[in-house]
Design a protein around this ligand. Structure first.
Ligand code: SF4
Ligand code: FES
Length: 248
C-alpha cells in the first residue's frame, strides 16, 4: 500500500506544533501500525531527518503506552484494540491517515505524539494500592472466598491499562473511567476494604487537582476504551465516594 501520513510534529512542550505530510510506500497489510511508523522513522533517519517520537513498550496491548489518535479516533478505527495491535489491513491503498497525540490539559504534549501521562501515576499513588504483609506470611489467595460475580467484575476493572484514551475521547477530558476502574478493582474485593474510604477520597481529590474535567455521562470513554472498561465502574465509584463522604 502507498499511504499519505499527516503527523503532528512538535519539537517540545513549548513548541506550537503542526501537521506535516509524509508519503510512505510498500506498506504491508500485515504490518502493525507501529511497525509502519518504524519504517517511516527508518526512512527519516536515513534522510537525516528527525524521526517521529511516539511512546511504545509491550506492543501487545498490555502497557498502555502507544496512545495516539488515528484519524481522529483514540487507538484508531478498530474497536477494543490498542494502536500496537492495530494492523495496516484496516486501511486501504491510497489512504490518508491523520496521526495526532492525546489532547487534554492534564496530558501536555512532550514531543510529537508523546504526552505526559504522569497525572495517572500520581492518582494511583494517592490510593491505588492495598497494604498487605509481604514478609513471607502472605495468605493463599484461595483462602478468602469471593463471590464469582465480584471476582469477575474486579478482574474486568483491573484490565485497565492506563492508556488515557478515555480522557482523550471525553469532551470534558474526564478521567472518571480510569479512576473508577482503579477504585473498583479493590472496592469489589475484601482485600480492598481496609483503605476503601481513604482510597476513593484521595484518588478523586488527586484527579481533580490534576485538572481533569467532570463526567457528564456522554459515554465516549466506554466506546473508545480498548479494554472495554464499563461505565458501571463510574457508578460504583460515585457510590463509594458518597459512602466515604458520610464516614468523613
Ligand atoms: S479506562 Fe480504558 S481508556 Fe481509560 S485508561 Fe483504562 S484502558 Fe485506557
Ligand atoms: S505498546 Fe503496550 S499497549 Fe501498545
Amino acid at each position: 500500500m502507498n499511504l499519505t501520513l499527516k503527523i503532528w510534529r512538535q519539537k517540545s512542550a513549548k513548541d506550537k506544533g503542526k501537521i506535516i505530510d509524509y508519503a510512505i510506500g510498500d506498506v504491508s497489510p500485515d504490518m502493525s501500525f507501529l511497525e509502519m511508523l518504524d519504517v517511516l522513522n527508518q526512512d527519516l533517519i536515513e534522510k537525516g531527518e528527525e524521526p517521529v517520537a511516539f511512546d511504545h513498550d509491550c506492543r501487545e496491548g498490555i502497557c498502555g503506552s502507544c496512545s495516539m489518535f488515528v484519524n481522529g479516533q483514540a487507538h484508531g478505527p478498530d474497536s477494543m484494540v490498542t494502536v500496537c495491535q492495530l494492523h495496516m489491513r484496516s486501511f486501504n491503498d491510497g489512504d490518508t491517515i491523520y496521526i495526532e497525540p492525546w489532547r487534554a490539559t492534564a496530558f501536555p504534549v512532550i514531543k510529537d505524539l508523546i504526552v505526559d501521562r504522569s497525572a495517572f501515576d500520581r492518582i494511583q499513588q494517592a490510593g491505588g494500592f492495598i497494604s498487605v504483609n509481604t514478609s513471607g506470611n502472605t495468605q493463599d489467595a484461595n483462602s478468602i472466598p469471593i463471590e464469582k460475580e465480584n471476582a469477575d467484575n474486579a478482574f474486568d476493572a483491573a484490565t485497565c491499562i492506563g492508556c488515557g484514551a478515555c480522557v482523550a475521547s471525553c469532551k470534558n477530558s474526564s478521567a472518571m473511567l480510569f479512576v473508577s476502574a482503579k477504585v473498583s478493582q479493590f472496592a469489589l474485593l475484601p482485600q480492598g476494604q481496609v483503605e476503601a474510604t481513604d482510597r476513593v477520597m484521595n484518588m478523586v481529590k488527586q484527579m481533580d487537582d490534576e485538572g481533569f474535567g467532570n463526567c457528564t455521562n456522554t459515554g465516549a470513554c466506554e466506546v473508545e476504551c480498548p479494554k472495554g472498561i464499563s461505565l458501571e465502574n463510574i457508578a460504583r465509584m460515585n457510590r463509594e465516594y458518597l459512602s466515604a463522604s458520610f464516614k468523613g
